[in-house]
Ligand binder design. Structure first.
Ligand SMILES: CC(C)(COP(=O)(O)OP(=O)(O)OC[C@H]1O[C@@H](n2cnc3c(N)ncnc32)[C@H](O)[C@@H]1OP(=O)(O)O)[C@@H](O)C(=O)NCCC(=O)NCCS
Length: 263
């Protein structure tokens, strides 16, 4: 099927054909697949656009995606986002030279990857993303459509403190894109850390240290979660943003207490 670039998120992306990964897969549900290497040969990001209206149960078989517990209760949107996330995961696994493999959720909803592989999945209404790595076990990704209106008020209230809101305010008003970016970055770090610490922590556990458009998005851990992740640890998730959406990710080696995506 024809594929396109990832709607401006990356200047350089590597279009992937669905047929490369899923021979004879039907067109229609996934409308584009884009691959970006974050670490040559070792760490990959797949960004997939999908059309929720095209989801159907037989597609799960066609893409080799298992149906997790509770599937029969899911509304079409949830089925579509789950399937799109697993298709992105399949494309990421194939990119790393792995065989196609179902990626079921564990009891905490964390995806269960084949041995030696670490990864993370996110989805929004029309996109799904997967980051996958051999060398970076602390790995998380998040995508969000730019938040507006009541949803913007909600994330400003629940995900940020007053000083953090000050860092994303321009001309007296919180910038929706920066607010979405900070929210997304906290979610990406949560998803990277949770599989290692296996404990819930709230947005207040990560504090924004400086205005994100200064180039670096820096979050400081406010509480000790484990010996590896002590209070004071700094995380610098990488990010891309367009006028419509943001994508953030974090990929760390085990011995790195702070840092960014692999070079
Ligand atoms: C896990 C969570 C961050 C997911 O975020 P979301 O915006 O709902 O959804 P996303 O599409 O970005 O990500 C969902 C995917 O993350 C993965 N995921 C779910 N729970 C996870 C966890 N505890 N750890 C790692 N990954 C997880 C799954 O792959 C899931 O998709 P799937 O169910 O289709 O497999 C969120 O639902 C949550 O549990 N939040 C509570 C904790 C929190 O927000 N703390 C503050 C952050 S600092």
């Amino acid at each position: 099927m024809p594929v396109s670039r990832s709607r401006g998120l990356f200047d350089a992306g590597d279009p992937v054909t669905l047929d490369e990964v899923f021979p004879a897969a039907p067109a229609g549900f996934v409308t584009s697949l884009c691959r970006v290497w974050l670490g040559p040969g070792t760490t990959v990001l797949i960004d997939a656009a999908f059309d929720e209206s095209q989801v159907s149960d037989p597609l799960f078989e066609r893409f080799g995606v298992g149906r997790p517990d509770g599937f029969h209760r899911w509304v079409p949107r949830r089925r579509a986002e789950y399937l799109a996330g697993r298709i992105a995961a399949g494309a990421a696994l194939a990119s790393l030279g792995e065989a196609l493999h179902d990626v079921p959720p564990d009891a905490d909803r964390v995806p269960v990857w084949p041995g030696g592989i670490h990864g993370s999945i996110s989805h929004s209404r029309r996109h799904a993303a997967c980051v996958l790595s051999r060398g970076y076990p602390v790995i998380g990704v998040d995508i969000e459509d730019i938040v507006q209106g009541d949803s913007l008020s909600a994330i400003l209230e629940t995900a940020m403190t007053a000083p953090e809101r000050g860092l994303i305010t321009a001309e007296g008003r919180p910038d929706p894109r920066l607010a979405t970016l900070v929210f997304s970055a906290k979610e990406a770090v949560y998803k990277a850390l949770f599989p290692h610490v296996r404990t819930f922590f709230g947005f207040e556990a990560l504090r924004l240290e400086q205005a994100p458009l200064a180039g670096t998005l820096r979050l400081r851990l406010q509480t000790t979660l484990s010996p590896e992740f002590a209070a004071g640890t700094i995380f610098e998730p990488d990010w891309r943003a367009t006028s419509e959406r943001v994508l953030t990710w974090l990929a760390l080696a085990p011995d790195i207490g702070a840092g960014n995506a692999p070079a």
